[in-house]
Design a protein around this ligand. Sequence first.
Ligand code: MN3
Length: 205
Amino acid sequence: MTFYTLPKLTYSYDGLEPYIDAKTMEIHYLKHHAAYVDKLNIALEKVPNFTTKPIEELLQEVGSLPSDIRQAVINHGGGHANHSFFWQIMTLPGEAQLRDELALAIEKEFDNFTDFQNQFNQKAVNHFGSGWAWLSLDQNQKLIIHSTANQNSPIISGLKPIIGLDLWEHAYYLKYQNRRAEYIENWWSVVNWNQANKNFKNGYH
Ligand code: MN3
């Protein structure tokens, strides 16, 4: 059954060039993200009442799923949510500037944007193995930099993601091979700050 589906991209595979190459985008979206969606749908076949929920809500309620499918939903539901979020948090190079409420909040929490960026880069470079680096809001509306392993979503930990970066090798290996730090540095050129600001303004739910 098809409960969850791949979201449409708002840019073409080569839209994020030269920072993220077209081949990586195509495989990442059509193969990796699609596989998370397929496996999530398979895992949910026996609990159809859960399948009409937005993916974020499904993840918030993952504790009430039958234990034999819970980990599959954490992995593949997390993969679906994380990638849907990731495509939205990127845009054509130079298109979006950090401003408004989020800019002020970042300066308040991290002193200045460069310090924030350095801390985020450190967290992303030093994350061991596959996973994600995040800027999230916690329950006290405080901005925090953190990472998650595998496809674990911040939503499951009660956090609200503002921006997020895929650290799995499939996200960068074709172009950057082992140079994760260079991928991270270049990714800032395609961050969709308009979307980040929207995520921030919606606040913590
Ligand atoms: Mn990925």
